[in-house]
Design a protein around this ligand. Sequence first.
Ligand SMILES: [Fe+2]
Length: 191
Amino acid sequence: MNPYDAAAALDLQPLPDEVVTLLNEHHAPPRLIAHLIVVHHIANQLVSAVRRTWPSLSFDPYLVQMGAALHDVGKLAYPSELVSDGDYHEQAGYDLLVSAGIDPDIARFAITHSGRGSQSKLRLEDMLVALADKCWRGDRDRSIEDMLCHRISTDLSRPSWEVFSELDTILTSITEQSAKLLAWQSLYPPE
Ligand SMILES: [Fe+2]
């Protein structure tokens, strides 16, 4: 079963149509498609939980969803980075998306999803995509979580310990699906 059909059977949210079109045009390998489906699915759950927990927090859910759905598209050019570490795919992804006519505000996630940029240059949306790309597999990245907590506590004038505790509750719940998602993604070959 291809990842698109299998994702529907597993109740994973479908990728946006324009993303599917772009991936098909570039003959994306099944592993990359499965990975983008998983991170997009988790990013949607993160967006819902963040809106529920901090309703007055200002951010653009659409950017998070599109960013998650496209973040690793540069691995089309660097397929070895589907199975081993590397960051060549980041700038390559940005270039590919911009040349495909994607808004640079969305293409930026190809670079920022590493979460390595300076905190002041990262938007809340960048941090949420970076977090989704870690926590889908059960990884808890303290530096991204700290950055996000700091940003939320500053934006909402709330104590950071309180924000951290609420974020921890969100991530504990989201990471309960990790084993299932990891097993599903690994069904699909990287080429
Ligand atoms: Fe990723």
